[in-house]
Ligand binder design. Structure first.
Ligand code: MG
Ligand code: MG
Length: 260
């Protein structure tokens, strides 16, 4: 089902998006050398509860997961990329951390992810990979607007990732979002322009380019949730929730300008 939000719902979506951005920004600033992933999860829980919002993750139980997720944020380190289940791990200098957060408030969900390097060490390959997913996200957003098609976004994202030299996995990509976290239409991270669903004002999309350095193949961790690169190579992931407007697209989960 594809939802088109009315103005009142869109106003609530903006509030939810701002909350997700604020929580992610705070968690990023606290994710330093010596921080445990379980602390990040607890901080996320506290901020969601204090805002009177609902976690989209804690009871999430899709067919590919092993029981309810049971946590409030996805934390993926180095070779982990999607659905990273928080566990007892202490961050080290140079770790590449992805935080992915989806929250619902006032009946509308927002979803955003950020990858960054922990501490002072900045491995150039990791910086380049994070930058590629951010540029792909910007290109996807620039291609979104009324009358454009899903394939235009997919093509824009895929072109940046491919030009940067990364293989593209098509099992998981972006998605519609609204009263629930995952909705139609699916937004693959590669595709043909001019194809697919035509975008309309009031549609919310979560765009989320992600890559693994040298493979398109995922493996599932023994925890039953975390997806890792099959080769053990590092990964990166950038996601924003956007609203299609009458003259383009508005980013609902925009954070303060920040450095990798
Ligand atoms: Mg997400
Ligand atoms: Mg998402």
């Amino acid at each position: 089902m594809i939802e088109i939000l009315n103005p009142a719902e869109l106003a609530r979506a903006k509030e939810t998006g701002a909350l997700v951005a604020d929580i992610l920004q705070t968690l990023k600033s606290r994710s330093t050398v010596g921080t445990n992933l379980l602390d990040i999860d607890r901080w996320a829980q506290t901020m969601i509860v204090e805002a009177g919002a609902l976690s989209c993750y804690v009871d999430y139980e899709p067919s590919f997961g092993r029981g309810p997720f049971g946590h409030y944020i996805c934390t993926a380190v180095n070779d982990a990329v999607l659905h990273g289940l928080p566990y007892d791990y202490t961050l080290a200098d140079g770790d590449l951390l992805t935080l992915d957060l989806a929250v619902a408030n006032g009946g509308v969900a927002a979803d955003s992810a950020i990858s960054f390097l922990v501490g002072d060490s900045k491995p150039p390959e990791s910086v380049a990979m994070i930058s590629a997913t951010e540029r792909a996200l910007s290109a996807g957003i620039a291609a979104a607007g009324p009358g454009a098609r899903i394939g235009d976004i997919s093509h824009a994202i895929g072109s940046v990732l491919r030009e940067a030299g990364y293989p593209i996995n098509t099992e998981f990509g972006g998605h519609g979002i609204g009263s629930t976290m995952h909705q139609d239409p699916h937004v693959p991270n590669t595709g043909r322009p001019g194809r697919g669903y035509k975008l309309r004002p009031g549609l919310l999309l979560a765009l989320e380019p992600w890559v693994m350095a040298d493979t398109a193949e995922l493996i599932t961790d023994a925890d039953g949730w975390t997806l890792r690169s099959a080769t053990g190579s590092r990964t990166a992931h950038s996601e924003h929730t956007i609203a299609i407007t009458h003259d383009g697209a508005e980013i609902l989960t925009l954070r303060e300008p920040e450095k990798i």
